[in-house]
Design a protein around this ligand. Structure first.
Ligand code: SF4
Length: 352
């Protein structure tokens, strides 16, 4: 067999084996089997930092509240954030809203279909642009998410860290060669599903128990070389920043003050309580009772939240600019971070 011919056989084999496996094993999800870019885009943004199971009800709620890109563009930002409440990484919701406005203003309400125009929309990176263009417009841009990284690094037995620009470029070049040009939508969805359902991380990969469980076991270098559990290799993690947030409220049913977070920081645009941030867990204002404390993890930050009850009024040392009192029956009207919602639930119980 000539070299060229054997490469062709290998390439068509990956795509055919993969799409056959996918057709029989894929999950039925509402954003699949459609070529409408709006639900495709929405689902990709929701799933960027969220598991399918958790994201699905949000997707359905969002589509019910904003059935078209025009409806989303016209909604007030607070309504969009409220629908997003609990999903975290709120910049996704703000960007989604801003991008919907761009689609309406710059593109007459029709989702653009070129890489440059899609990539120029707020909140859309290489990954999401490739997903939208391949799923909605059948353009051959490979989608590379964490699952795809794992699969590609394993089938090729790549032992260098995958999260470096050089390795990313290698993986992209591999997928550019492999992508099925007639069915890029199916190829990409199948690659992602391969990583999500079959080629699972660490010890969970089923081929470790029985190679036959993976349709690609005969060609997988990680399996051949005993490297499945070790791959993909990642660079050492960035240090986690510890932050200490001390929150205050007054011990009366109407003593809760909220303020909208404006700074370019976590939770921008959401509401929380008047706060003092310090470098340690030590209470910055003496004599006030600490009633609750939570730890909340973000990607590179560990937040330590402390809640203090002031007897009659908010301590004068607090910066209360922009704070306003909110009665308990209106707490639910405001989009708050999940951990603040937890505290409000605790207060509700306490005052019941
Ligand atoms: S054989 Fe195992 S490691 Fe290789 S692709 Fe299949 S599931 Fe992944």
């Amino acid at each position: 067999m000539s070299g060229l011919f054997s490469i062709f056989v290998f390439m068509s084999q990956l795509s055919d084996l993969l799409i056959d496996w996918y057709s029989e094993n894929k999950r039925i999800l509402p954003w699949r089997d459609t070529q409408d870019p709006y639900p495709i885009w929405l689902s990709e943004i929701i799933l960027q930092q969220t598991q399918v199971k958790q994201g699905l009800p949000y997707f359905n709620r969002f589509m019910a509240a904003f059935p078209t890109v025009q409806a989303l563009a016209e909604a007030p930002e607070e309504t969009v954030l409220k629908q997003w409440q609990g999903l975290g990484y709120y910049s996704r919701a703000r960007n989604l809203h801003a991008a919907a406005k761009c689609v309406c203003e710059r593109h007459g309400g029709r989702f653009p279909d070129t890489y440059e125009a899609v990539r120029a929309l707020p909140g859309i990176g290489d990954y999401t642009a490739a997903a939208i263009l391949s799923f909605a417009f059948r353009q051959p841009f490979p989608v590379i998410d964490g699952n795809v990284f794992r699969v590609v690094s394993r089938i090729n037995g790549m032992t260098e860290p995958v999260d470096t620009p050089a390795c990313r470029a290698k993986i992209k070049a591999f997928l550019d060669r492999q992508i099925d040009r007639r069915r890029p939508d199916l190829f990409n969805q199948a690659m992602m599903e391969w990583g999500a359902l079959l080629c699972l991380p660490g010890k969970s990969a089923p081929c470790l128990q029985n190679p036959e469980l993976c349709f690609y076991h005969k060609h997988c270098r990680a399996l051949r070389d005993g490297l499945v559990e070790q791959l993909p290799v990642k660079k050492a993690k960035k240090a986690v920043r510890e932050r200490y947030l001390h929150y205050y409220y007054v011990a009366r049913p109407d003593g809760l003050y909220l303020r909208r977070r404006q700074a370019n920081d976590i939770w921008k645009g959401l509401f929380d309580l008047p706060c003092i941030e310090t470098a340690s867990a030590e209470a910055p204002l003496p004599g006030l009772k600490r009633v609750k404390q939570y730890t909340h993890l973000l990607t590179h930050q560990r937040l330590h939240l402390f809640f203090y009850e002031a007897p009659r009024q908010l301590p004068p040392q607090l910066d209360t600019d922009g704070c306003f009192p909110v009665a308990p029956e209106h707490w639910a009207d405001y989009a708050v971070p999940k951990v603040i919602e937890k505290f409000l639930d605790f207060l509700r119980e306490k005052h019941r």
